[in-house]
Design a protein around this ligand. Structure first.
Ligand code: C2E
Ligand code: MG
Ligand code: MG
Length: 633
C-alpha cells in the first residue's frame, strides 16, 4: 500500500488499526487508491524532471544570448575603431583621396585634398581643369563604371588655395560600398616637388647658375639649330680682359660681380630672340639672329660700349673692366658649327691684339688665318701651362763688382712643355705680351719668388730677388695692391724684392705706369729698369721713374772691350745714373776683363754667364767665386 494512503488510514482508523482486518471490497478499493497514489507520484516525478530540464535549457539559452550580445558589442566597437583608424589613415596620407558615386557626385575627400585645395567640390569632374583631355577622361570613367576598364591613370595640374600649381598623378579604380553600390576611388600623388626638382635639374643642365643665362650646352644646341635651319646671323665671342687678375686682386666675389654685370648688360642690349650664353670662366657668346655684314658694326659698337664698364667696390672705388669681342657671320664665314666657333675665337684674339675693349669681325680675305691660328695655339699652350703649373724659375746671381759679393738674384722663367723640355722665355713671353697673358705669368712668378723668399730668408737673411715685370702688367693691372697682398701673405719684408721693368715698348699710358711705380716705391720695393739703351727706353724714364737700378742692355756689354763708343756710352750712362742716385747693372758679362773695365767705367753690378748661369737653385758665393776664378781666396 502507498505510504501516504497508509498514513491517512491510520489517522482515520487509529494507530492500531489492522489493515488485514478490512474486507476484501475495502482491500480492493484501497489497492486501487494506492495505485492511483503511485501513478500520481510517478506523474509528479516526471513533471519535476521535465521542469528541471526546461529550466536548465532556459538558463543555457539565456547565457548564450548574453554571450552573443557581448560579442556583438565587441564587434561593433572593433568595427568603429577600424573605421576611425581607416579614416585617420586616409587623412594622414600625403595623397589626394576622393570617392564619388556612379553619378560622379563626390562622396568623400580626405584631409590632404580639402586642406590643399580649400574648396568644396560636388561634381567629380569639377575637380579637374577643363581641357582637351576632359572628354577622353569622361569616356574612360564610363568604361570604368561599366567594368570595361580596371584603372585610369592621368596626370593633371590643380591650383591650390594659394593659387600655386600642383602636379598630381591620379589613379581611378572602381570599388563597392557597404550596400554594394559602385564607388569611384581616386588616389592622386602630389608630384609637385619631384616636378620642381626635375625642372630645376633641367634648368641647371642648360643654364649658368651664376649669371642665369644659358650655358655651353644651350649655346651649342641653339647654334646647331640656327645653322641647320639656314638662318642668317652672327656668332659673337666675348672674352673679359684680365679676368684672372680681377679674381686674384679683388677676390672671387668681385670677379662674380663682373660676370653678372656683363650678363645683365648682354640681356639689356640684345633682342629677345638672340641667344646669350656663358661658355666658361670669362667667355661669353651671343648668337645674333638675322644680322648681316651691313648692320653688324652698329650692333658690335653697342655691345662694346655696354660691356666695357665698371663696378663700384665695397670701399667705394671704381673697378673698370673691358672685353674683347670676336665675330663670325653665318652662313658667310662658315656653315659648320666648329668652323664658325674657330673663326669667332680667332677674331676675338685679333680684337685683343688691337687693344683692350675692341671688337673684330672675322674677314677671310684679310685675316691671316695661319698666323691667327699660330697665335691661338700659342695662347692655348701658355694658358694650359699656367693651368697645369708647368713653369719653373731659374735664378741668376748679380755680383757687386767692387767686393765680389752677391748683391741679389734675378728670377728667370722657363716653361716646361708637354714632353718635359724647357722652353725659354724668348719663345713665349713676347706672345704672352701681345695676347694679354703676361699679367698671368708675372703674377705666377711673383707668387713663386715670394714663396722662395719666405722659405730661404731664415737661413739667408740677406737674400734679395729681382722679378721681371712687363710694362703691360704695370699699365693694366693693380700691381701695388697685388704686391701688398703677396708680401703680407708670405710675410716677406719689402726690401727683399726688386721689380725689374721690362718691355717698355708696350708703355702707351706712361702716367699710369708712373703712378703704379710710385706706389710700389712707396711700399719700399725697389725698382730696376731693364735693358736700358735699346728699343724704346728713354732718358726721360730715368728722370721721372723712381728707380734704384738701371740695367744696361747686354748688347753694350758683349762688345764693350772692342768698342770705344760702347765704353763712352757706358761711362756717361753710369755717371748720369749715379747723379740720379741710382746704380748701374751690366748684363751679359762674359769675362774677367769686362768685369774690370765695367768697374772702371763706374758700373756697380755685373750679371752674366761668366759670373753665373741661371740655375734652378740659388748659387752660393763659393760657386760664383769659383766661376770668376777666385776659388783660392
Ligand atoms: P732679361 O730680363 O734681360 O734677362 C736676361 C736674359 O739674358 C736671360 O735670358 C738670361 O738667361 C740671359 N743672360 C744672362 N747672362 C747672359 C750671358 O752672359 N750670355 C747670354 N747669352 N745670355 C745671358 P732669358 O732667361 O732667356 O730671358 C730672356 C728675357 O725674357 C728676359 O730678359 C726678360 O725680358 C724675359 N723674362 C725672363 N723671365 C721673365 C719673367 O719672369 N717675367 C717676364 N715678364 N719676363 C721675363
Ligand atoms: Mg731682366
Ligand atoms: Mg735684361
Amino acid at each position: 500500500m502507498h505510504k501516504l494512503l497508509a498514513r491517512q488510514l491510520k489517522k482515520s482508523f487509529g494507530k492500531n488499526c489492522d489493515f488485514n482486518t478490512f474486507s476484501d471490497e475495502l482491500d480492493g478499493l484501497f489497492e486501487s487508491i494506492s495505485d492511483a497514489y503511485e501513478d500520481y507520484d510517478h506523474d509528479r516525478k516526471i513533471l519535476e524532471l521535465t521542469l528541471e530540464k526546461n529550466s536548465y535549457e532556459l538558463t543555457t539559452a539565456n547565457r548564450l544570448i548574453s554571450d552573443q550580445n557581448d560579442s556583438l558589442i565587441h564587434q561593433l566597437k572593433t568595427l568603429s575603431r577600424s573605421r576611425a583608424f581607416l579614416t585617420r589613415l586616409i587623412d594622414s596620407v600625403h595623397m589626394f583621396i576622393v570617392t564619388s558615386n556612379a553619378n560622379l557626385e563626390v562622396i568623400t575627400v580626405n584631409k590632404k585634398f580639402s586642406g590643399s585645395l580649400n574648396k568644396t567640390y560636388h561634381h567629380f569632374l569639377d575637380i579637374f581643369p577643363e581641357n582637351d583631355l576632359t572628354e577622353k577622361f569622361r569616356g574612360e570613367l564610363q568604361s570604368l563604371l561599366s567594368n570595361k576598364l580596371e584603372v585610369i591613370h592621368n596626370d593633371m595640374e590643380l591650383k591650390d588655395s594659394l593659387n600655386n600649381v600642383l602636379y598630381i598623378s591620379w589613379s581611378h579604380t572602381l570599388v563597392e560600398d557597404e550596400q554594394g553600390n559602385p564607388i569611384i576611388l581616386s588616389i592622386g600623388s602630389d608630384l609637385t616637388k619631384r616636378k620642381e626638382a626635375e625642372d630645376a635639374l633641367h634648368w641647371l643642365a642648360h643654364h649658368d647658375p651664376l649669371t642665369l643665362i644659358g650655358n655651353r650646352r644651350s649655346f651649342q644646341y641653339s647654334l646647331q639649330h640656327m645653322l641647320s635651319s639656314n638662318s642668317q646671323g652672327a656668332l659673337v665671342f666675348i672674352d673679359v680682359n684680365h679676368f684672372k687678375q680681377i679674381n686674384d686682386f679683388y677676390g672671387h666675389s668681385v670677379g662674380d660681380l663682373v660676370l653678372i654685370n656683363i650678363a645683365n648688360a648682354l640681356k639689356k642690349v640684345t633682342r629677345s630672340n638672340d641667344v646669350i650664353s656663358r661658355l666658361s670662366g670669362d667667355e661669353f657668346t651671343v648668337i645674333l639672329c638675322r644680322v648681316n655684314s651691313e648692320v653688324i658694326s652698329l650692333v658690335l659698337d653697342k655691345l662694346v660700349t655696354a660691356l666695357n664698364s665698371h663696378i663700384i667696390l665695397e670701399d667705394g672705388s671704381k673697378l673698370e673692366y673691358s672685353v674683347s669681342i670676336g665675330v663670325s657671320l653665318f652662313p658667310e664665314h662658315a656653315h659648320q658649327q666648329e668652323q664658325l666657333i674657330i673663326n669667332a675665337d680667332l677674331a676675338m684674339y685679333k680684337a685683343k691684339k688691337k687693344g683692350l675693349g675692341r671688337w673684330h669681325l672675322f674677314s677671310p680675305e684679310t685675316d691671316d688665318f695661319s698666323s691667327l691660328q699660330t697665335d691661338n695655339l700659342q695662347m692655348r699652350s701658355i694658358k694650359n701651362a699656367l693651368e697645369e703649373n708647368r713653369y719653373q724659375l731659374n735664378y741668376q746671381p748679380i755680383l757687386k763688382l767692387q767686393d765680389k759679393t752677391i748683391s741679389h738674384y734675378e728670377a728667370l722663367i722657363r716653361q716646361i712643355d708637354e714632353n718635359g723640355n724647357l722652353v725659354y722665355p724668348g719663345s713665349f713671353i713676347p706672345a704672352a705680351e701681345r695676347m694679354g697673358l703676361i699679367q698671368d705669368i708675372d703674377e705666377w712668378v711673383l707668387e713663386h719668388v715670394l714663396k722662395c723668399l719666405a722659405r730661404e730668408l731664415p737661413s739667408r737673411p740677406e737674400l734679395v730677388i729681382t722679378v721681371n715685370i712687363s710694362a703691360p702688367t704695370l699699365q693694366e693691372g693693380d700691381l701695388p695692391r697685388l704686391l701688398v697682398k703677396l708680401l703680407e701673405k708670405y710675410q716677406v719684408p719689402c726690401n727683399h724684392l726688386i721689380i725689374e721693368l721690362t718691355e717698355t715698348a708696350y708703355i702707351d699710358n706712361f702716367e699710369e705706369v708712373l703712378r703704379n711705380l710710385t706706389e710700389i716705391d712707396a711700399l719700399g720695393v725697389r725698382i730696376a729698369l731693364d735693358d736700358f739703351g735699346v728699343g724704346f727706353s728713354s732718358f726721360s724714364y730715368l728722370k721721372r721713374m723712381p728707380l734704384s737700378y738701371v740695367k744696361l742692355d747686354g748688347s753694350y756689354v758683349k762688345t764693350l772691350l772692342q768698342s770705344h763708343e760702347d765704353q763712352v756710352f757706358v761711362e756717361s750712362l753710369s755717371n748720369m745714373v749715379q747723379a740720379f742716385g741710382m746704380k748701374t747693372i751690366a748684363e751679359f758679362v762674359g769675362d774677367q776683363a769686362t768685369c774690370n773695365r765695367l768697374l772702371e767705367l763706374g758700373v756697380t753690378y755685373g750679371q752674366g754667364y761668366f759670373i753665373g748661369k741661371p740655375q734652378p737653385y740659388l748659387a752660393t758665393i763659393d760657386e760664383v767665386r769659383k766661376n770668376i776664378g777666385m776659388c783660392e781666396q
